[in-house]
Design a protein around this ligand. Structure first.
Ligand SMILES: *Cc1c(COP(=O)(O)O)cnc(C)c1O
Length: 362
């Protein structure tokens, strides 16, 4: 069957070069070959996140580390900042881990604002908070720098940040932000196959994790730290992913990180312009639009055009591209187009031309 190119917001299209690296001959994870591989990518990951801390590799999807962060770092009560499907679910996950949790819920389409977090943390009830930088379901990017600045006021609170669909597309200087955990799954802006997550943890987070009695084993941050110090992972990792990540990081630095960020902004702008040209509004509150995907309003916001999203999706698919028909409760009243990963002005032009054609048949 002919391959339908992915323009959904994860997993995204994976290049042939990446797949070739993924399929490198197998090596043992306790041997020198693997240690050399991890030692080679460690400084690249540290440069990517502007951090002196070790960056850890977890063979899991992002949720593994998201749940792990709760188990390692919440002892009193966690504030789950919620503005879409993924951030809402983190609240359920906290409760399923047996933790005290409180929801800071804003309307889907709105960002999480620092002032709202400040008000909650001022109660002194919380020792951790979760926030999603780029809420992929709504296409909203929350103001992370302002949120992270609160850490100075509340040093005892663990700031756990999901950057699953923004990491590598925008600068995320971990040390400068001063947050405690920054994590991402690699099937989004990294453009790797699903199944690997990367994360960094602050010294305070690692110290706190060491005091958590029920943190389990698979996502034990202390184990990650101990092993990464020797360029290893706690258990057998998906070694193919690590080869692929190494190849991908070389790509990032060959392009230049600043160029990579600019490319994401530019290709994202092209989708915004496409939406405006066809009379659609965007779903996110103005000024808080993601740069890695576009969540187009199809009736979810007042005014603007509406179409049969399922039909649009089918017409676009017939032309070889998969776009997303909206997530959760905004399925159909929104649709999403990803520009994350390897997409360029040229590839986005091809996609948007196919979407133009599809629009003429609606
Ligand atoms: C995709 C996504 C997740 C979930 O990732 P999995 O890899 O499926 O566990 C979490 N948060 C955000 C923001 C996402 O985009």
């Amino acid at each position: 069957m002919a391959h339908i190119k992915l323009h959904i917001p994860g997993p995204v299209e994976v290049s042939e070069k990446t797949f070739k690296a993924f399929c490198s001959p197998m090596i043992g994870h306790r041997g020198q070959g693997f240690k050399d591989l991890y030692a080679k990518i460690q400084p690249q990951l540290q440069t990517l996140l502007s951090t002196k801390q070790l960056v850890y590799l977890s063979t899991s999807s992002a949720w593994g580390v998201m749940e792990g962060a709760i188990r390692n770092l919440v002892q009193k009560k966690v504030l789950n900042c919620m503005c879409g499907a993924f951030s809402d679910k983190w609240f359920d996950v906290s409760k399923k881990c047996g933790k005290q949790a409180e929801a800071l819920q804003v309307e889907w389409g709105s960002p999480i604002r620092a002032e709202a977090i400040d008000k909650k943390l001022a109660t002194g009830e919380f020792d951790a908070l979760t926030v999603i930088h780029n809420e992929t379901s709504t296409g909203v990017m929350s103001p992370l720098t302002e949120i992270a600045a609160l850490k100075k006021k509340y040093p005892g609170v663990m700031f756990i940040v999901d950057a699953v669909s923004s990491m590598t597309a925008v600068p995320l200087p971990f040390d400068e932000l001063g947050i405690d955990v920054l994590l991402a799954g690699t099937q989004k802006a990294f453009a790797l196959p699903p199944g690997l997550a990367v994360f960094a943890a602050s010294p305070a987070a690692l110290a706190k994790a060491a005091t958590a009695k029920d943190r389990g084993y698979y996502f034990d941050f202390v184990e990650f730290q101990k092993n990464a110090g020797q360029s290893m992972t706690p258990s057998t990792p998906s070694i193919g992913h690590v080869f692929a990540l190494s190849s991908k990081l070389d790509d990032f630095f060959a392009e230049g990180l600043q160029n990579r960020y600019a490319r994401h902004r530019q290709t994202n702008k092209m989708v915004h312009e496409w939406a405006a040209k066809h009379g659609f509004n965007l779903f996110p509150e103005k000024g808080f639009e993601s740069v890695t995907l576009t969540c187009v309003s199809n009736g979810a916001r007042p005014g603007g055009r509406t179409v049969d999203v399922a039909k649009l999706q089918k017409l676009v698919k017939d032309r070889g591209f998969l776009i997303d028909g909206g997530y959760g409760k905004i399925k159909g009243t929104t649709f999403r187009v990803s520009n994350m990963g390897d997409e360029t002005e040229a590839t986005m032009t091809t996609l948007l031309a196919a979407m133009d054609e599809a629009m003429t048949q609606l």
